[in-house]
Design a protein around this ligand. Sequence first.
Ligand code: NAP
Length: 260
Amino acid sequence: MKRFVIVSKDDEQSKQLKEKVNLRLIELSYENNEENPDLVVTIGGDGTFLRAIHQYIDQLDTIKFVGIHTGTLGFFSSYDGHECEAFIQDLIDSKLEYKKFPLLDICVKSKSGNEHYYALNEMRVENVIRTQLIRVSINNEFMETFRGTGLCISSQAGSTAYNRSLGGAILHEGLNLLQLTEITGIHHHAYRSLGSPLIVDGNTQITLESDDFCEAILCYDQLSVKLKKDSVINCMFSEKTVHCVGRPNTSYIKRLKSLF
Ligand code: NAP
């Protein structure tokens, strides 16, 4: 027997759809199992999808995620709210298309030890209280000293999210690349950093260091932790992968057009 769980947004439309999908899956002899699902259905938006990923972050190897969107078309959700029956039919016919998304591995080193955090969209180091100095190295080679609010490192999947608001490029699906963008960098005669988004190969490690990361926050997707004065952040692609299934032949350009 297959085990499923539905992670839903809290609005009325999503809750009603959750009831419907729940009944249809039980009719198909699926068992509702929150602890150990092998199919996670998200109903809501891309934000709901991200929350589901982090809820099951330690079980990603054994889970497939499918998104049903109750707003505009999502990047992680290929069925919209009216297409619930199409999803059930594709599931019965084994027609669901498989895609995988690598997660970012964010290793934060400090005197108190190493912590790993994972992100599907992006990680950001931000300090909204004072100018943050960050030394940036690419594969252990020093590149620049940045001064400003912070830096964002995004995956292909996250390129349409926070990265896009920062003026970063959108990366077409399938490109396994990392993108570094500035968050309100200071550029004048005394301080200078690259200024443009930098896109690097997926095997690259980006290191962020500072004399003082007090008051800075590490944001990873919708989550965040405070950094310590001596934190050193290494970001690269992880071996952890999100396995997704969805509507076959969903156009990436169509999704992109729904953004603007
Ligand atoms: P949230 O409310 O869950 O999401 C904020 C918005 O970002 C929502 O409209 C969401 O779409 C959209 N979004 C999330 N991932 C996306 C993706 N890969 N491509 C395109 N749009 C995407 O916010 P949150 O809980 O604070 O943070 C979750 C994510 O939202 C973050 O990883 C960040 O990338 C993004 N975000 C973006 C901005 C910005 O652009 N200024 C600000 C805050 C957060 P749905 O409506 O479909 O859920």
